[in-house]
Design a protein around this ligand. Structure first.
Ligand code: HEC
Length: 96
């Protein structure tokens, strides 16, 4: 039981770390979005702290693009794994 909890929470911590790396790196999310947890202050797109998007909403926006936001998935800028990670990270740090 304890081992299971440990494994799950360390997997989550890994995904948070990898998601933040995508957020700050190839995703360039910080240049257009506010996310206090990542010290991001872009003001082109909506603030994640206000929007508090679900994982699925982030995944769709990042995969397909929306408005002037690039289609990171469709254009092959991010891999499906990177999109999973950044979506997990944004959904779990918005408003924190
Ligand atoms: C070039 C600027 C830019 C970048 C880079 C960018 N976005 Fe956006 N994003 C926008 C804009 C603008 C909108 C609002 C689009 C609209 O509603 O027309 C938006 C909307 C969103 C939404 C809301 C979608 C919805 O359905 O309401 C999410 C979630 C999102 N972006 C996540 C991200 C993530 C995660 C990244 C990094 C991988 C990212 N964005 C990178 C500009 C950007």
């Amino acid at each position: 039981m304890f081992v299971w909890i440990f494994l799950v929470s360390s997997a989550n911590a890994d995904q948070m770390e990898q998601g933040k790396a995508v957020f700050d790196g190839a995703g360039m999310c910080a240049s257009c979005h506010v996310l206090k947890a990542a010290e991001a202050a872009g003001d082109i797109g909506p603030s994640f702290d206000v929007l508090k998007p679900s994982i699925d909403v982030v995944k769709r926006a990042v995969s397909e693009g929306i408005g002037i936001m690039p289609a990171f998935g469709a254009d092959g800028i991010l891999t499906p794994k990177e999109i999973e990670d950044v979506s997990f990270y944004v959904a779990n740090s918005a408003g924190k």
